[in-house]
Structure formats: structure tokens, C-alpha cells
Design a protein around this ligand. Structure first.
Ligand code: SF4
Length: 167
């Protein structure tokens, strides 16, 4: 694990990427199963919504992240590995519009499949629990040691941020 002397996680490893994508796959698979049983067309629409959500986050949220700004042309982070950095990096704070898009996009991807999941109580429970575990685990283990200080969810203590920025 690549933590610096302040305990911040400066680099992710491939196994981090595998872990976080496996966790993120559970709600997507449970939602897909609920939709595809009813309509292939809406399943394709759901995949398009998920891809659009990722692209919006990649352009307006990830482009402010140190894991995007620094390092080579290919991503090496907890969610993206080997993906080219197709958008220009944007060091510094997110604008209000970017913050709004960064919250709205994943919200749409979470709310969209609920129409079909309501008809499948078992899959709905798995979906809701897995979304909760994804967010709670990231909050519990990543946000408090993440170098992306501009992220609205970052909860690295002020004194550690200060020391890290002074280094
Ligand atoms: S660590 Fe998070 S915010 Fe940073 S580039 Fe990866 S997915 Fe985006």
C-alpha cells in the first residue's frame, strides 16, 4: 500500500482497482438482471445511462483529482486502470456546476433502475445494500486518507492536509 508519511494514499494498486470494481459491479448486475427480465431495450438504455454517468464523472470530477492530474497518460486509480486521460486535467476546486453534475450523474444511475427493481424485491434489497456498502466502505477506508482534497466528500483531517501540502 503506497501511503506517504502522513498516512495519505498517494498511489492505488491494481488490486485496489479489482476490489472497487467488483464492489461497484454488484448493484449494476442486480439492476441489469431486474431490467433484462422485462426488456432488452431498456437494459441497453441502462447501460448507456451508466456509461454516460461515468463519462460525466470522468470529465467534470476526476479531472480535478491528483490521480488524474499527475502520473502518465493512462489512469492508475481505484476505479480506472489503463484508461487514457481523454479530458484535460483541471487542477483546483470544482465549480458549483461541476459539483452538481458530480452528484446528479451517479444519482440518475442509482434511481434509473428502481422502476424495474421494485418488481423484484430480492434484487432490490441486494441493489440497495450493495450501493450502501460501496459508499460506506469508500467513506470508511478511502475518503479519510485520499489525496483528492478538492473532492466534496474528502474527510482528511485539516492538520494532515496542511502538512501534506507543506511537504
Ligand atoms: S481516484 Fe476517484 S476521483 Fe480520482 S481519478 Fe480515480 S475515480 Fe476519479
Amino acid at each position: 500500500m503506497h501511503e506517504n508519511e502522513t498516512g495519505l494514499k498517494e498511489h492505488h494498486q491494481f488490486r485496489d482497482f479489482l476490489y472497487w470494481n467488483a464492489v461497484a459491479a454488484v448493484p449494476v448486475v442486480s439492476a441489469s438482471l431486474a431490467i433484462i427480465r422485462i426488456s432488452i431495450l431498456w437494459f441497453v438504455m441502462y447501460l448507456i445511462v451508466c456509461i454516460a454517468c461515468l463519462l460525466i464523472l470522468y470529465k467534470f470530477y476526476c479531472s480535478h483529482c491528483p490521480h488524474y492530474i499527475y502520473g502518465g497518460h493512462l489512469m492508475r486509480c481505484m476505479f480506472f486502470w489503463g484508461v487514457p486521460k481523454i479530458f484535460a486535467p483541471r487542477p483546483g476546486p470544482l465549480s458549483l456546476a461541476e459539483k452538481t453534475l458530480s452528484i446528479a450523474a451517479p444519482s440518475v444511475a442509482i434511481l434509473f433502475p428502481l422502476y424495474w427493481l421494485i418488481g423484484e424485491p430480492g434484487l432490490l434489497l441486494i441493489f440497495l445494500l450493495s450501493v450502501f456498502i460501496l459508499v460506506a466502505t469508500a467513506r470508511r477506508y478511502e475518503c479519510r486518507r485520499c489525496v483528492y482534497f478538492e473532492c466534496p466528500a474528502n474527510c482528511v483531517p485539516k492538520e494532515i492536509r496542511k502538512r501534506s501540502l507543506e511537504d
